[in-house]
Design a protein around this ligand. Structure first.
Ligand code: MD6
Ligand code: FE
Length: 189
């Protein structure tokens, strides 16, 4: 629990430097229900005109993303089983009714690196299937403090968040859920 509080503090500092923004779906421009920001040398962003991509600066402030908290670099080293550091930590915030449709994470160059996720706050009902959108899916709860890895054969598995369960954690006074995903973006040379 104290580690969750410490990580939450670090994420609050990230958000102060790089405010949460509302991402938009490519082409349609429809807003996503989560709000997001990033830390680390690169960040994942999306908008109507330019679509899904990684870039070194915040789309609203134009400033470089804040540094990745040491706790997250340590966690990656402990869990990822990949010999290079992560380059992006995407921070998603789910307020009451936010969700995330079934998707693959495939904007990275190196699928040999896993994507590592950490959840803070209310429970997220996570759904995960196979590499085809039509594969059967299973769902389970991601609780505050859970660390979840999509790697190896599951690296390109479809996954999403059906909903969050409001009031299921006391960690965030404002309620809702943060999900952090750590990614290696570029191919190490
Ligand atoms: C979420 N997670 O938990 C959404 N992506 O809010 C993801 O999209 C995700 O949990 C890649 C790897 C692990 C994940
Ligand atoms: Fe994902």
């Amino acid at each position: 629990m104290s580690q969750q509080v410490a990580l939450l503090q670090a994420i609050r500092a990230v958000i102060e430097a790089a405010p949460l923004f509302t991402p938009a779906i490519p082409r349609s421009g429809k807003p996503m229900s989560v709000r997001m920001t990033n830390c680390g040398p690169l960040g994942w962003v999306t908008d109507k005109e330019r679509g899904y991509r990684y870039q070194a600066t915040h789309p609203v402030t134009g400033k470089p993303w804040p540094a990745m908290p040491l706790m997250l670099l340590d966690l990656w080293e402990e869990v990822a089983g990949y010999p290079h550091p992560p380059e992006a930590c995407l921070v998603n915030y789910y307020a009451g009714a936010a969700k995330m449709g079934l998707h693959q994470d495939r904007d990275e160059e190196d699928f040999a690196a896993p994507v590592l996720s950490v959840s803070l706050g209310d429970i997220g009902v996570f759904r995960v299937g196979g590499r085809s959108r039509r594969d059967p899916t299973q769902k389970f709860d991601l609780r505050s403090g859970d660390v979840f890895v999509l790697g190896d054969a599951d690296r390109l598995a479809y996954h999403g968040i059906d909903r969050i369960l409001p009031g299921s954690s006391d960690l965030l006074p404002e309620g809702g859920r943060f999900n952090l995903t750590l990614r290696r973006v570029t191919q190490p040379s």
